[in-house]
Design a protein around this ligand. Sequence first.
Ligand code: HEM
Length: 383
Amino acid sequence: MSPADGAAPTVFRESARDGEREAFIARLRGGDRPFRDSDGSWVVSRFEEARAILLDPGRFSSRGPEGGFPLLQDDPPRHTALRGLLQKAFTPGRVEAMRPEIETIARSLAAAIPSGEKIDIVAAFTSPLPVIVIARMLGVAESDRDRFRDWSNRFAGAGAAEGVDEVQALALMEMSAYLGAELAKRRVDPGDDLISALARAEEAGVTLNDNEIISLSVLLLVAGNETTTNLLSNLMNRFAAYPEEWRALRETPALIDGAIEEILRVDSPVQFTVRYARADVEVGGVGIKAGEPVFVYLAAANRDPAKWSDPDTLDMRRERGRQLAFGLGVHMCIGAPLARLEARAGLAALLERFETVRFGEGSRPRTTAALLRGFQRLPLVLA
Ligand code: HEM
């Protein structure tokens, strides 16, 4: 989840711009070994190779030449210490304890959607849900939610056709200033929230300066919002295109988990992650030199025909296999249980209230960032 979308190989940028992601994934998957893009980075698209790289931080570093976010772009042992610090807030038990609250938020957002009228499901539902949840976890004022959403959107490059770097940099500055002020408040008056937990890092034997705490808080904000929004938007897009699946879910709610796992697999909200070879290595029959970047293309690995039969077909009843939408190994998404819970609660609330879903008039622009798969806007009519 590199914030620097510009770091993606040229081939990814083209595919994102032309809206030809499907064709691009098919082409990637056609290869039987890692290939080298024109800018010198490697692209790995097969499941087994992707898996092996993610499970091997000893040979493949997450740390780029210019560093990056603490945790996400740290390697063990520092990664291990930072992860331990945050992990407590994201255990299945802690996340499960938030279920009633998340269900209430989802129901109240669903209740505010007018039946039979065209709405943008992104603005009305899929974006606010994760923003409200993470704002509560960070312990920031509910009234600042809109600013959170605006920052997340701008950071993800949503809607910005040009000048994404400047838009991102400005959003990052504003977020950092805001979270810096929140951190100062917590130092005086700590609470039970994530920012206070980070402020107490030293007690857990981790040394973090204020800038690092702020970067970690920013990471939580940007890693969890746009991704979960996209997961829910991709689901709703799917049901507008396949209304019989919506009906099936209303009749058999037990299929909800299968629908979520399958949309994560075929429409992976995070399309790739990057590693750097620590020494000369061989992957799938090609030699990769020390320091060279390797794009682990999760979205292609998730459709590897060697791993799944009929890989492009979304099948809610498919026997679950391990898919890579949340990554794997030491960096595997810490927010995965939360994202799954939000998706489940969100989908259940909409299913409860609406019998049908269809596309509304108007365009459905995809997110422009090559890293992500989702929608800027998705007009729907729910009734
Ligand atoms: C559908 C939603 C989500 C998807 C698809 C997703 C995907 C990912 C992936 C693929 C990684 C691994 C990156 C790598 O190996 O380099 C990751 C890491 C991470 N995610 Fe998520 N994520 C989602 C939601 C969330 C949420 C809700 C949060 C928190 C509120 C979150 C926080 C993080 C953090 C902090 C990391 C870094 C973990 C580490 O490096 O140890 N994510 N995510």
